[in-house]
Structure formats: C-alpha cells, structure tokens
Design a protein around this ligand. Sequence first.
Ligand code: 13P
Length: 257
Amino acid sequence: MKKTPFIIGNWKMNLTLMEGVDFAQSLRKTLHDKKEIICGICPPSVFLKDICEALEDSGICVAAQNIHSEKNGAYTGEVSALMVKEIGCTHVLIGHSERRHIFHETDSFINAKIKVALSVNLKPIFCIGETLHEREDGRTNYVIDNQLKEGLRGINTDHIKDIVIAYEPVWAIGTGKTALPEQANEVHSFIRSFLSDGYGKDIANDLYIQYGGSVKAENTKELMAQPEIDGLLVGGASIRLESFLKIIEAASKQECF
Ligand code: 13P
C-alpha cells in the first residue's frame, strides 16, 4: 500500500523573511485538517525561528537546509544540529547536491552530519543522486550504492528509521529536465533493495524515499503514481505558494489513499 505522501519544499536561498512567514501562515490555513498529506518546508537558516513559530502545532514540518557536522565549537558562521532542533525544526537536509558540488562536501562529512543530527533527534533528509556524466557512463547504480554506503556508514537499525532518503539526480535539479517517472522509480527500487539488504525488508519498506529534480504540478501525479516514490523534494516550484499548493493537491489526489 502507498504511504501518505511526504512533500517538502526547499526554498534554497530565496524569499524575504516577510514573504516566508506569509507563505507559512497561508500554508497552515490551507492545510488545516488535511490528513492525507505530510508536508514540510526548508527555509534559509535565519528564517527558521520565525517559520517554526508560524507553524507551531500545525503538523507541517520545518527542515533546516544545513547543519555542521560537529556538535559545537569554533566554526564561525556555522549552525549546529542542536541549535536548529532547539528552535523547533524536525528535519534537516543533508548531502544535497548543491552542498556536495558547490561546497565540496564529502561522503564522510555527510556521514558525520547524519550522525550528529540523529544524536539530537533531528531527522535527516539524506539526498543522493548521480550527475549526467555518471548516468551517461552507466554508473548510476554504482554512484548511488556508494553514496548510500558511505553516508549511512555506522547507522544502525534503530536510527535508520528516522532517516528520509531523497533521490535527486543532479542533471534534473533546476534544469527543467525531470527524470522519467519510470527512470526515477528504477533508482528508488535500487535504493529500497540496498536498504532491505542492510536493514531488512520491513524497515526498508517503511522508509520514505522522495524524488527531487524539476518537480512541478504537471508531473506530480505521474511521479507519485510510481510504486517506489513516497514523496517529493521540490525546489523552484516550492517558493511560490500557488505552485507548491498545486503540487500538494496533485500528490494528495492519488486513489490509493
Ligand atoms: P528543483 O525542483 O528546482 O529542480 O530543485 C530540486 C531540489 O534541489 C530540491 O532540493
């Protein structure tokens, strides 16, 4: 049976504080009493406190876009897992391709961030995905396998339950090129079998695997109809309330729930 869809909007470095709070308040009003969807947003770190306050007790998750791998210390400009947890965040993005490629984050750094997030009960949304070059070389599964192996190194059965996996093919992020629903489903199946091998079939089936990369209202239904796609991580189309709501609406209209 399909899970309740989990749709998250990653605002990246967009919006003003006022726009963000307005967005959160309107989202709260619109989603009030909607039980058929789990929803969340990832605002820039300086907006997190205000957005958490605007969404308090709404059931809408707030995720930080980033944390540091250390608990605390001399890391000027960085934000810790405990800091974002303290102000009300439930989740944090870890391993996003923009962090891997623009900020040169390594698999071991990502693994350390996952561990520090889990240590304060912050749920990691662990992003993985191949580049176009890697796909064209036929190395998609190899890359995904490696990112999973390294990112989840040392994560035990109790902790894996708190992790959401987001498959975001790098070539589909912000390019308008969505992976074909079947193409995405194939990689999701591969991820699911990796998790099943490591943690058992039941746990693997319970874990959320989201798809991200040029998601919009027009392709939501088709993506969510795929058996292995449990939710979406939306970038560009999540910074306008109207388009984000259209995606949420399209995702929640699946017959299976
Ligand atoms: P786009 O939806 O803009 O392609 O971004 C996807 C993404 O990176 C979400 O984290």
